[in-house]
Write a protein that binds this ligand. Structure first.
Ligand code: COA
Length: 236
């Protein structure tokens, strides 16, 4: 079972046909989540994130069969071709989508739920301190991880969590939150039913612009208060 009760592990445990089903869902996820995806041929031939997950699903089967070296070889070839490094031991649910891809690193004991989206430069990695069996993070279903974000150590990221670009997450995060910054802090919580990850980049927020707008509003309120205080004083 996945961390939130979905059936991703069943899909992977059955190997063969069930991995094919997982790949079908990976393929559909691209059309569901990337408005730039136009034709099947384009996706199959040019999406490095798709190439990486297909190769990983085969490497993972071989890894589970105990053929660790051939599995690492497939993973190394995949990294050479795609710029995405996924350890064959990582357990990844269906509907997985890595957009752009270059620089993504996924460690050996990482577990990823269903319908998760990663952007380029994401690391799901160890923190250099955990020495146990499980050193890498566990991500729930429908998690979105922004470009350049690092999730480090044996921590759990709950279902539907959105991690902002360049965040560094060092602690477990409850479901349906937004996390940003270094170290990552929760800035928003949502009720269940968070919308699916949709890569509508033109609607991305500009935090600096928002902060400037809020400061402008404060200054204008203060000006008004000052003016009315001055006017009050001038009255006889
Ligand atoms: C975090 C994210 C998913 C938005 O999630 P959300 O739940 O809609 O959150 P909001 O947009 O309401 O932002 C919440 C707060 O975090 C801030 N914030 C959002 N993203 C941030 C980031 N990456 N770093 C720092 N602060 C960020 C917002 O300004 C806002 O601050 P405020 O409450 O002071 O106004 C989105 O901003 C993001 O980073 N997406 C990744 C996109 C990406 O990697 N694209 C790569 C394309 S190649």
């Amino acid at each position: 079972m996945g961390i939130s009760g979905h059936s991703s592990d069943n899909i992977m445990d059955k190997k063969g046909v069930s991995s094919i089903n997982a790949i079908r869902r990976d393929y559909r996820a691209i059309f569901d989540r990337d408005p730039a995806a136009r034709s099947p041929l384009e996706v199959v031939l040019t999406y490095s994130g798709f190439h990486a997950i297909v190769l990983h699903r085969f490497a993972h089967i071989i890894h589970r069969a105990g053929l660790r070296f051939p599995a690492r070889l497939i993973s190394a070839v995949s990294r050479f071709l795609t710029g995405i490094e996924i350890h064959p031991g990582a357990r990844i649910g269906p509907g997985f989508f890595i957009d752009h891809g270059m620089g993504v690193v996924i460690g050996e004991t990482t577990e990823i739920g269903a319908d998760v989206t990663l952007f380029q430069g994401v690391s799901l990695a160890g923190n250099g301190k955990d020495r146990g069996q499980k050193r890498h993070p566990t991500l729930g279903d429908h998690v979105l991880v922004g470009a350049g974000a690092k999730i480090l150590g044996n921590i759990r990221i709950g279902e539907g969590v959105r991690i902002g670009a360049n965040a560094v997450v060092l602690q477990s995060i409850p479901s349906h939150c937004t996390v940003v910054g270094i170290p990552g802090r929760v800035v928003r919580t949502k009720e269940r039913g968070y919308p699916e990850a949709y890569l509508n980049h033109q609607d991305m927020p500009d935090p600096f612009l928002e902060r400037i707008e809020s400061l402008e509003k404060i200054i204008s309120d203060l000006r008004e208060e000052l003016d009315s205080a001055r006017n009050g004083r001038m009255k006889p």
